[in-house]
Design a protein around this ligand. Structure first.
Ligand SMILES: *[C@@H]1O[C@H](CO)[C@@H](O)[C@H](O)[C@H]1NC(C)=O
Ligand SMILES: *[C@@H]1O[C@H](CO)[C@@H](O)[C@H](O)[C@H]1NC(C)=O
Ligand SMILES: *[C@@H]1O[C@H](CO)[C@@H](O)[C@H](O)[C@H]1NC(C)=O
Length: 372
């Protein structure tokens, strides 16, 4: 035991003083933790785990909490990385390599477990929404939608009469969620439409839908499609759809239900009425109202959608290392913020710590350990 600035440290910890108050010399710490990844079938996959601390350090990998069996195909490299030589997929859906992976590093003082990395297999299942045929007045609007749950998210493009649709035509608006809007419809827009979805796993074509263009008649304003409720993370981009039709062409405007201003920074209109908010912040949460007015009148239609902006958890305060004589108590504090409020879990040597006789968890998430 040696003493530095009033604190005692076991000699084995080397008495290195960091920030004047901790014994950190040989503590285990992650330099690299595994990240969430999307694997491609039959291709290699690497998950990183780099640790520092007093050796010898043993690194072990777990999948869904169970040790990963190593073999010719699955190896732990000298730098801690887990290498899966060729990622496997089984027909029965019981995929041997998909799951949540963590690495556990252990030396003589204890064990540290990394974050859980979600490993998914790239896939492109069938479309669950296909575009539907439409009859549209000349000068009106057409809207087609296709939906597919790709991992990773599929890139969706459109074809008319089996030819890629030009995105340079300002009357055509492609929204990333698989929506095609055509405004000021003309006879030349008539044809057969389908969408093409592709990602690293596959390419798929939707069923075909016909756009029929009919004569021009008077029509009251109608919102063909209003905004969806949307939940996204801060700094992402929100796209709230609003497409209205009518003759004469209605005027689309946006407001917030709570009366606050939408602002101008990062706000753009896509196509004729879709609202795009770039780099969203928590203040952008709210209910958005799209209104379609018949020009020169007070006749209007509205549609609403709620935007919820979330913030991933972020640590404001970390537990600090302490050395205590037996019989004393040690307090560890951890503070995190996020929206919705994060839930904190404590681990000791890689195992979830539950409050007990000598372990108390206080409301503000500090952990008190009293040694008897
Ligand atoms: C670990 O080692 C492998 C093989 O030598 C190398 O390809 C990989 O980039 C290394 N990973 C890190 C994080 O250094
Ligand atoms: C989607 O596909 C188009 C057309 O092939 C291509 O230009 C674009 O870069 C792709 N986008 C992404 C995000 O892959
Ligand atoms: C959006 O959420 C509100 C409640 O916040 C709900 O009443 C409404 O039905 C939802 N709209 C859609 C299109 O899901």
């Amino acid at each position: 035991v040696c003493i530095r600035r009033g604190r005692w440290c076991p000699l084995s910890l080397g008495c290195m003083v960091v920030d004047g108050n901790a014994c950190l010399a040989s503590e285990l710490a992650f330099l690299l933790e595994p990240n969430d990844v999307i694997a491609v079938r039959d291709r290699p996959l690497m998950l990183d785990c780099r640790v520092q601390g007093e050796g010898p350090i043993m690194v072990r990998w777990r999948r869904n909490g169970v040790p990963v069996p190593t073999s010719q195909r699955v190896q732990v490299l000298a730098n801690g990385t887990l290498l899966i030589q060729s990622f496997q997929k089984r027909r029965d859906g019981n995929d041997p390599d998909v799951g949540e992976y963590d690495c556990a590093a252990q030396n003589r003082y204890g064990m540290l477990v990394s974050r859980k990395a979600k490993v998914q297999l790239a896939s492109l299942p069938k479309f669950h929404t296909h575009p539907e045929s439409m009859w549209v007045d000349e000068g009106g609007v057409a809207r087609f939608q296709c939906q597919i749950n790709g991992i990773p998210e599929a890139n969706i493009t459109w074809e008319r009469d089996r030819t890629a649709l030009s995105t340079s035509n300002s009357r055509y608006t492609l929204l990333p969620m698989g929506i095609l809007q055509v405004t000021g419809v003309q006879q030349t827009d008539a044809g057969i439409y389908r969408c093409v979805a592709s990602n690293i796993a596959n390419t798929r074509y939707s069923r075909e839908a016909v756009l029929n263009v009919t004569g021009r008649t008077y029509k009251e304003p109608v919102i063909l499609s209003g905004p969806q409720n949307l939940t996204i993370n801060v700094h992402q981009t929100a796209i709230l759809e609003c497409i209205a039709t009518g003759n004469p062409r209605p005027i689309v405007s946006w407001s917030r239900l709570d009366g606050r201003s939408i602002g101008v920074e990062g706000i753009q209109v896509l196509g004729t009425g879709n609202l795009m908010i770039s780099d969203v912040s928590l203040q952008h949460s709210g209910v958005y109202v799209c209104a379609a007015n018949r020009p020169g009148t007070r006749m209007r239609r509205t549609a609403l959608g709620r935007l919820v902006v979330q913030a991933p958890p972020e640590f404001l305060q970390w537990p600090q290392s302490v050395s205590k004589p037996a019989g004393g108590s040690a307090v560890f504090t951890c503070v995190a913020q996020g929206v919705p409020e994060p839930h904190l879990i404590w681990l000791k040597n890689g195992k979830v710590l539950t409050p007990g006789d000598n372990v108390k968890l206080t409301n503000n998430n500090r952990w008190d350990k009293t040694q008897h």
